[in-house]
Design a protein around this ligand. Structure first.
Ligand SMILES: *Cc1c(COP(=O)(O)O)cnc(C)c1O
Length: 413
C-alpha cells in the first residue's frame, strides 16, 4: 500500500535524501512542474554560467577563450560528464547537434559496418522523428536498404540475417513503457545485429548501463531530464570497440585528426572525436555543462527509487480520487516496466491538461488522448504529487475544462 495522505507525503519529503537537490533549481512560484521529461527545469548554476560565458568568456576573452576557457574541448568534457549517467566510459560520449542529427550520423555509419545487411529494424511506436530519420536515410540510399517496423512483441521474430541494426528508444514517450535493454541487445547480437538505443527519455532519471548491456551505439537528448535548456545539444555514444573502424558520414574539420593543420586531405580523429560536426555551440554546451552539476553526489539508484515512488503514488492517488471520471492509466503498473512518467488516457485530455496548466500544474498532452506527467525526482516533491492530483480532481468536478479557451490547440502541445 502506498502512502497517500498529504501528511504522510510531507513526511516522505522530510526523510528524502534528495530533498536538498530542489534548491539547485530556479523554479517559478506556484508551479508544480511535471514536464521535465519534455523540457527540464532551469538549474541555478546554468543561469549563472550563461551570464559568465556571454559576458566574460565571449565579451572579454574574445577569441582567446577557445584556449583559455577551453571552449574547444567542451564537446568531449561534457560528454565525459554525461558518461557516468549512462554507463559509458568518458571517451565513449560526445556532445553536439540534435538527437535527430546524431541518429542520422550513427545510422548511416553503422550500416557500413554490416555491408551485407540492408535493413534497419525498429518498432512502429518508436518516437516519430527516429522513424522519419531512418526512413529518410534508407530512401536516400535506395534499394535494397529498408526500414522494417514491427509491433513491440514482434521484434524478436523480425531479427533475421538481413537486419544490420536494431534501433529502439528505451522509454516509450507516450506511455513510459520500458524496454529491457540488456535482453534485447544480447538477443540482437546473437543474430549478428548491431544495436542503437535512444535514451532521450531515460538519461538523467534511470540508472542506465550501456557498458553492461554491451550496446553498440546510443543517442539522447540534452534538454529533458538532463536539464540543458531548450534545444540543448544532444549526446552520441559509440562503444570503444567500434571507434577505430567506424567512418563518420559527415567528414569535417572538427572531426579531423589535426583540424588546425588545414590539410586538404581528410584524416579522421582517433576515437569518438571523429563524430564532431562543425564548430561546437559554445553557449549551449556551457549551459549544459553547468546544468549537469545538479547530479553531483546524486546516487542514481536513489534517484530512480524516488521516481518509482512518485509515479506509484501518482497512479494510486489518481485512481482513488478521480474514480468514475473516465481516466484510464496508459502506463505499465509494474514500476520496473516504466520510466519516470505516467500517462492517462481521457477523451478530453487536451482541454483538461490546459485547465491544469492554467492552475499551475504543468504536464503535457500527446495525441490522440494522452495526458502525460513526468516526474523529475531532483525537484518534484511528494507533496507536489498530492497537490497536482487535487487540482485534477477540482477540474474534473467543476468541469472548468469545458471553457472554450482550453480547447484552442497551440502549435506545441
Ligand atoms: C525528445 C526526443 C527526440 C528529440 O529529437 P530532437 O532532434 O532534439 O528534436 C528524439 N527522439 C526521442 C526518442 C525523443 O524522446
Amino acid at each position: 500500500m502506498v502512502a497517500t495522505s498529504r501528511t504522510a507525503l510531507a513526511e516522505l519529503d522530510h526523510a528524502d535524501p534528495l530533498a536538498s537537490c530542489r534548491d539547485r533549481f530556479s523554479l517559478p512560484e506556484g508551479v508544480i512542474y511535471l514536464d521535465g521529461n519534455s523540457l527540464g527545469a532551469l538549474p541555478r548554476a546554468a543561469a549563472a554560467r550563461a551570464g559568465r560565458v556571454v559576458g566574460q568568456e565571449w565579451g572579454e576573452g574574445l577569441i582567446r577563450s577557445w584556449n583559455q576557457a577551453d571552449w574547444i574541448n567542451l564537446p568531449r568534457r561534457v560528454g565525459a560528464k554525461i558518461a557516468p549517467l549512462i554507463g559509458a566510459g568518458p571517451d565513449e560520449v560526445i556532445i553536439g547537434d540534435s538527437t535527430s542529427i546524431n541518429l542520422y550520423k550513427l545510422l548511416a555509419s553503422a550500416l557500413r559496418l554490416k555491408p551485407d545487411r540492408p535493413v534497419i529494424l525498429s518498432e512502429v511506436d518508436n518516437f516519430p522523428t527516429d522513424l522519419y530519420v531512418a526512413e529518410g536515410l534508407v530512401r536516400w540510399l535506395g534499394p535494397p536498404f529498408e526500414l522494417r517496423m514491427v509491433e513491440r512483441g514482434m521484434l524478436s521474430g523480425a531479427l533475421d540475417h538481413r537486419v544490420a541494426l536494431l534501433m529502439l528508444t528505451e522509454i516509450d514517450y507516450r506511455t513510459g513503457e520500458r524496454h529491457d535493454m540488456k535482453v534485447l541487445t544480447s538477443l540482437a547480437h546473437e543474430r549478428g545485429t548491431l544495436v542503437l538505443w535512444d535514451l532521450s527519455h531515460s538519461a538523467g532519471v534511470l540508472p542506465i548501463d550501456l557498458g553492461a548491456a554491451e550496446a553498440d551505439f546510443a543517442v539522447g537528448c540534452g534538454y529533458k531530464y538532463l536539464n540543458g535548456g531548450p534545444g540543448a545539444p544532444a549526446f552520441l555514444y559509440v562503444a570503444r570497440r567500434w571507434q577505430e573502424t567506424i567512418e563518420p558520414v559527415i567528414a569535417d574539420w572538427m572531426g579531423h585528426a589535426r583540424p588546425f593543420a588545414f590539410n586538404a586531405e581528410y584524416v579522421p580523429a582517433d576515437g569518438i572525436a571523429r563524430f564532431l560536426t562543425g564548430t561546437p555551440s559554445v553557449l549551449a554546451l556551457s549551459v549544459l555543462d553547468a546544468a549537469l552539476d545538479v547530479f553531483d553526489g546524486v546516487d542514481m539508484k536513489q534517484l530512480c527509487a524516488k521516481s518509482m515512488a512518485l509515479t506509484d503514488i501518482f497512479i494510486a492517488l489518481c485512481e482513488q480520487r478521480c474514480a468514475g471520471n473516465d481516466l484510464v492509466v496508459a502506463s505499465p503498473r509494474e514500476v520496473a516496466q516504466r520510466g519516470s512518467q505516467v500517462s492517462f488516457r481521457h477523451a478530453q485530455g487536451y482541454p483538461i491538461m490546459q485547465a491544469l496548466i492554467a492552475r499551475g500544474v504543468i504536464g503535457d498532452f500527446r495525441a490522440p488522448d494522452l495526458m502525460r506527467f513526468g516526474f523529475s525526482p531532483l525537484y518534484v516533491r511528494y507533496v507536489d504529487v498530492f497537490d497536482a492530483v487535487e487540482a485534477l480532481v477540482a477540474i474534473l468536478k467543476s468541469g472548468e475544462w469545458r471553457e472554450p479557451r482550453f480547447a484552442q490547440i497551440a502549435a506545441v502541445t
